[in-house]
Design a protein around this ligand. Sequence first.
Ligand code: MTE
Ligand code: HPA
Ligand code: MOS
Length: 756
Amino acid sequence: MDQATKRIAAHFTGQTRFVDDIDKPANTLFGYIVKSEIAYGKIESINIKQAKTVEGVCAILSWRDIPGKNSMGAVFDDEPVLAEDYVEFIGQAVLLIAAESKKAAVEAASRVEIVIKEMNPLLDIEESFAKKRFPFDPLHIVSGDVNSGFKNSDFVIEGELNIGGQEHFYLETNGAISIPKADGTLLVYSSTQNPSENQLIISHALNIESSKIEVVTDVIGGGFGGKETQSNWCAVWSSLLAVNCNRPVSMVLDRREDMLITGKRHPVKVNYKAGFNKNGRINSYSSRFLFDVGFSADLSRSIIERALLHLDNSYYIPAVKSDLYPCQTNRSSNTAFRGFGAPQAIAVIEYIMDEISGKTGIDQAEVRRRNLYGKRVRNRAPYGQMIKDNILGDLYSELMDSSDYRERVKQIKEFNSRSQWKKRGISVVPVKFGISFTTTFLNQGAALVNLYKDGSLALHQGGVEMGQGLYDKIIEIASREFGIVKEAVRICSTNTMVIPNTSATAASTGSDINGHAIKLAIDSLKERLTAFASNLYGIDIADLVWENSTVYSRKKADVRHPLPELIQKAYLARVSLSEQAYYKTPGIHFDREISRGEPFYYYVCGISMSEVEVDFLTGSHTVQRTDIVHDAGESIDPLIDKGQIEGAFIQCLGWTTMEELIYNDKGLLLTAGPDSYKIPGIADIPKEFRISLYKYNPFKDGILKSRAVGEPPFIYGLSVWLAIKQAICSFNSGHLPLDLPATKERILNSAYSYEE
Ligand code: MTE
Ligand code: HPA
Ligand code: MOS
């Protein structure tokens, strides 16, 4: 069995070692945070006398004990490692404790006396907006003239949509183990999407150079964006304690802590206005987005920027104007989550498509078709990028045919006319998702490949495996390009000492950026060995074939030389067996000041259709069938890509129909555990789930002609929400607002209230 297969087998049998499963040195201490129980207030006094008397307590640290900078903000310096004068959300870290056992640490924490003068927390985004509590400048985009667009429209609609947040619910919570070494360096095992940033933030807090901090990340139990920046926290906290005590410190959050203190997907309140014609075509779209960013900026600027770049989804809109405001609140800091702002923006335009269908009486799928970007005209996005290689129309046709749409619409009408309490609805949702970090400089990666004398190959690259199949794709790329059997290839943990200055594994770019770097390194290594092999075996370079760990001439395919033999000989002849490479995504740029540019290397497109049945006595629903046609290019591993599509769809179904974050009026998250926060389970999978991979995208410059897959399919889950909306319309024949998530309560409320 090759390493990739063994890894997957181990993963599915629960043998993958997450941070908390690593064998710790015998003298490892338990790290713990003392958290604020108040959402907003001034710290008046802290008394740790009683806490220090607890047996086994080794250190209790406040911000005054931080040797370097008291800041762990990823982009802005607005996020203290430990609270100084003020606390700004419930769960904020005030003190750190290291103790011999968890029991001792928890006991000590309970004896800490913190006096906080409580102040009124800011919890409402409208209020935050009115007070202009923006941690950074709002974002704007204008393209075309929206006012004349409205004037020239047959219909103009206005509305408000409230979109909820979402907890990441990765299998493995945030955690890190920090081990001080005798030479003053630090070894940190971290569950992170971003080892290089962990390293940098630790170096700032400890006031030592990055080169002295080695962050190692093996397979993590999911990240979904939640470990892009906020994994910095445990890494920094455990490191501060470890250096202070000069002993290893392990700090792994339990589920409640993780849910309480880490940020979520941004809740958004949107006011929109859209003008369109009787033929269903949209002319003009203006909107105001209020993003609940939480207490600090974190990645919110980039997230709001990606929302701005996805206001259009797959549709050509002649005139667009949008103002997007970052509204500070006294809650944990909202952060990256699969889709990175795009899902909220796309939800709005899809909602509008549904409204257009309702007002014009044109079928919802047909409305969408009429608005899709064109191939030669109507093909420029509001921010100026041309939509090249546009396959949206092809995807649409394929879905319509393979799903038997027309016939099913008839059947649904028929069903709904017969059934009083159960109604069915169907909805189509396409996606066009921009691939690249919009922060252009992040689009870079590096790799190191090492051959050993026995002919086996080790790969190092900057990406993190979080369940998305990155390692398997990287191994596949190396094995195919080098012509070596997978059994002889190993991929190593991500390590900041081997591949420096990496970007987060995020923006769905992991396999593309790191895969390209691996390919470049393999190409150079192979080129050097090709010259050597050509000499050694007397084969023309043009005729040399590398395949299945053998080298041969295509003119004499029966004489094959084993790769290990070639490598051994190359070593003896003093040919270097190691190669490093660097890759940056070509041709992208974006001007933030004017919201114009070509921020994306390419777009991943696709289209989904879901049919639901809603029970109007209970508010519950089932997904009868979902069809997806997804733009996968020449997939490196179709099973992995299908898994990503299924997972992303279900994750969005959770966001849009059941996952609800509820806070009390003091700002305490009441749904901080699986007992009160419901994520989808096995029974929520569509009864029929048909996914097909579309291979024919003309753009072939993705790694091995593949395409990014991680985030775009998240959007497909919106089809369930809008199918529910359609079912409600059949029930009460009105078009009423349906906020997101469409929980049972919301469905019933929308079903039994009538427009006057
Ligand atoms: N799939 C699994 N199983 N676990 C994850 O944490 N994260 C998603 C997606 N798929 C995630 C996942 C997110 S948010 C991103 S950006 C991509 O994977 C990152 O990996 P990639 O760039 O290698 O696709
Ligand atoms: N996506 C995900 N993470 C990011 C991005 C992005 O576009 N920009 C900065 N971090
Ligand atoms: Mo994904 S939200 O870009 O980690």
